[in-house]
Write a protein that binds this ligand. Structure first.
Ligand code: G3P
Length: 304
């Protein structure tokens, strides 16, 4: 699995790249806003073109940097995609253009397929496109059909939606055990099946709020963000689709582990979550013990 850093903060990108584990970077307008706000807080002025050039240079050739368009209509998205690509790709030959899978809003004039058309147009010109805001496997199928190089399912935001439906108000950065939840619901269903084998399945589903649980604990058949990644990986594998999956909107280390197990090609990870991936209390304890046990004879080897 490749690791991308999900940030537009140059200091984080520089630091993470120095660790030797970074294969690319993803940005979006919200991440750019965070980076700009942080710099402004320090009284620094941001020259955006130079700033993005520096990101591309730091990440380096062969390691994609995703830059997102801001318009919602096909023609504008294509223009912006071409502009971003022509401006920044020459720096290190590593730019991918991020296009939303769908920009439809019921109250506005853009149609459902503006994103799709922009994705296929730019992809057909050989520009790597990263399709963003994917929340369902069907969207990932269309992204791949349109020729996208990358499809980015937003695992954390799907989790947010399911947690909201369930009325669970835990911190969105904390790991939530969706697998355990599924087992609880299954156990409830099994218990009922055991005691009422003669009942019609429809009656069973209405019983004990099983229907309610099943409806609440998923989004259109997707029981968690990681499950979304897994289903897309399964579909892409069946049809030998070349589009690479970028598991995105990951908020904790366990989610990264599960995305890897689900078969994602790439995980794009916030800087502080990469730090979290390194932490373990027994590692901290172990390092203290090793340090305390260093005998002078051994230390002498390292003396100049
Ligand atoms: O890569 C997508 C990511 O930046 C969105 O993350 O945590 O805002 O859902 P989040």
């Amino acid at each position: 699995m490749k690791i991308f850093v999900d940030t537009a903060k140059l200091n984080e990108i520089e630091e993470a790249c120095s660790w030797g584990v970074v294969d690319g970077v993803t940005t979006n307008p919200s991440l750019i806003k965070k980076a700009v706000d942080a710099l402004k807080e320090k009284g620094k002025k941001v020259e955006m073109v130079e700033y993005i050039e520096e990101i591309c240079r730091t990440v380096g050739k062969g390691k994609p940097v995703s830059l997102e368009v801001i318009s919602l209509k096909t023609e504008e998205m294509i223009k912006e995609g071409l502009l971003l690509y022509e401006k920044f790709n020459p720096v290190a030959d590593n730019v991918a253009i991020k296009i939303p899978i769908c920009t439809y809003q019921p109250e506005a004039t853009q149609s459902h397929y503006e994103g799709l058309k922009a994705i296929s147009k730019l992809s057909s010109q050989g520009i790597p496109v990263n399709v963003t805001l994917i929340m369902a496997p069907e969207q990932a199928i269309l992204a791949a059909k349109a020729g996208a190089s990358y499809a980015s399912p937003f695992a954390g935001r799907v989790d947010d939606l399911i947690r909201k439906k369930l009325g669970i108000s835990s911190n969105k950065e904390e790991y939530f055990n969706f697998k355990l939840l599924a087992r609880i619901i299954q156990a409830k269903l099994n218990k009922h099946l055991d005691s009422s084998l003669n009942q019609q399945i429809s009656t069973l589903y209405q019983a004990e709020q099983i229907t309610l649980d099943l409806e609440m604990a998923n989004d259109q058949g997707i029981s968690s963000g990681v499950e979304l990644v897994k289903q897309i990986a399964q579909i892409y594998q069946i049809y030998r689709i070349k589009t690479e999956i970028i598991a995105a909107s990951l908020r904790n280390a366990q989610q990264v582990r599960e995305a890897a197990q689900a078969g994602t090609d790439i995980s794009t990870i916030p800087f502080k979550v990469i730090e979290q991936m390194l932490e373990h209390p027994k590692t901290m304890e172990g390092i203290k013990l090793f340090s305390a046990d260093v005998v002078p004879e051994y230390r002498q080897i390292f003396a100049k």
